[in-house]
Design a protein around this ligand. Structure first.
Ligand code: C5P
Ligand code: MG
Length: 344
């Protein structure tokens, strides 16, 4: 008994694999621990498998190997695989570096190309803008350029006095005041508006109207203002907007980037007193205790993140809105002068 046939069987298997033969469901290679009769069965099975495959693979193998520089090895390789690997005749040729090259170079090329492509992809992604939801993943150009249009957002809780302060800035500095709440109320009353009922429900419940509606109303109002100017330039105070992060990001993306946010900071107790007082004459559906409570909650949960977002970017001018209007206004002017220059 000898182990030579077992070695030959393994070599035959390796040669077949090397030659590109695909042996599906072929016998498992025997291990040293298996009993001898199993080993012999496996060897016989390998021999049969190899013979049946030899005919189909020898031509391909010969073609591949014919580029070998060694004439002796190429002549051996041209023999049918079964005879080369399973006979007890001459041993198969030692592996040459040429053989190694033939075996591995296609894989090396594939791996090199794959790695190169991956590195290229990674290096390109470094230059890409951050994804998506931050700028809605779009490369839209804003409708108005900040060179022609100055936008100041005016934020603060309900009853902080945004409208009162805006009226003074309009009077003294020639801003155009656009109140998002006023535009929504006007749209709600417009005969035939498809958004009338939606806006009404949102306002009564202190909820935020979907941004598409409010942004479209603001853009239309800005365009109407610009159309009336000779030089197509204007400065806007956009009051009560953006009340939610999606409004902020979308407006700056599609309408116009804002220069800064004027934030009127005021305790809820003070704002509540003002709103209840105003409710006596305003006729507004949301100047009542229940709506005020909902509006406060929406402000804290939804609008304050917008203020914090702009604060983190260093774009907020914060004014204490607790004192009487005159005091708040002089503070506003002083802080705007510091932020925008004397002639803001
Ligand atoms: O700013 P004002 O208090 O007038 O807003 C009234 C209501 O209009 C808000 O409570 C809200 O329902 C709606 N609104 C909105 N989005 C805005 C501004 C106002 O949904 N940017
Ligand atoms: Mg207002």
């Amino acid at each position: 008994m000898s182990t030579t046939p077992a070695v030959s069987a393994r070599q035959a298997w390796r040669q077949l694999m090397r030659a590109g033969a695909r042996v599906s469901g072929g016998p498992t290679l025997p291990t040293r621990q298996q009993p001898q009769h199993q080993l012999r069965q496996c060897q016989a099975a390998f021999a049969r498998q190899a013979s049946s495959l030899a005919a189909s693979t020898s031509r391909r193998a010969t073609a591949r190997f014919s580029s070998s520089s060694s004439s002796s090895s190429s002549s051996v390789l041209r023999q049918p695989l079964a005879r080369r690997t399973y006979s007890s005749g001459p041993k198969p040729p030692p592996r040459t570096s040429g053989n190694q090259q033939i075996k591995f170079w296609p894989f090396l090329i594939v791996i090199a190309m794959g790695s190169g492509g991956y590195m290229l992809l990674v290096s390109r992604r470094k230059d890409m803008p951050p994804n998506a939801d931050s700028k809605a993943g779009s490369d839209a150009t804003p409708a108005f350029s900040p060179d022609d249009v100055t936008v100041l957002f005016v934020l603060g809780g309900p009853g902080a006095g945004k409208g009162t302060q805006c009226a003074r800035l309009v009077r003294d500095y020639g801003f155009t005041h656009l109140s998002a709440g006023d535009l929504l109320r006007a749209e709600q009353e417009r005969p035939g508006s498809q958004y009338g009922q939606l806006i009404k429900d949102c306002i009564r419940n202190g909820e935020i109207v979907p941004m598409e509606v409010t942004i479209a109303l603001l853009e239309n109002a800005m365009r109407a203002t610009l159309d009336k100017t000779a030089d197509k330039k204007a400065r806007f105070l956009i009051d009560g907007f953006p009340r939610k992060m999606d409004q902020a990001l979308k407006f700056e993306e599609v309408v116009c980037p804002a220069k800064l946010v004027l934030f009127y900071d005021c305790p809820e107790a003070v704002m509540e007193g003002r709103l209840l007082e105003r409710g006596k004459t305003s006729g507004r559906a949301d100047d009542n205790a229940e709506s005020i409570r909902k509006r406060f909650r929406t402000f804290v949960e939804t609008s304050m993140p917008v203020v914090r977002h702009y604060e983190a970017e260093g774009r907020v001018v914060k004014v204490d809105a607790t004192p009487p209007p005159d005091h708040v206004y002089s503070d506003t002017r002083e802080k705007l002068r510091k932020a925008l220059g004397d002639k803001f």
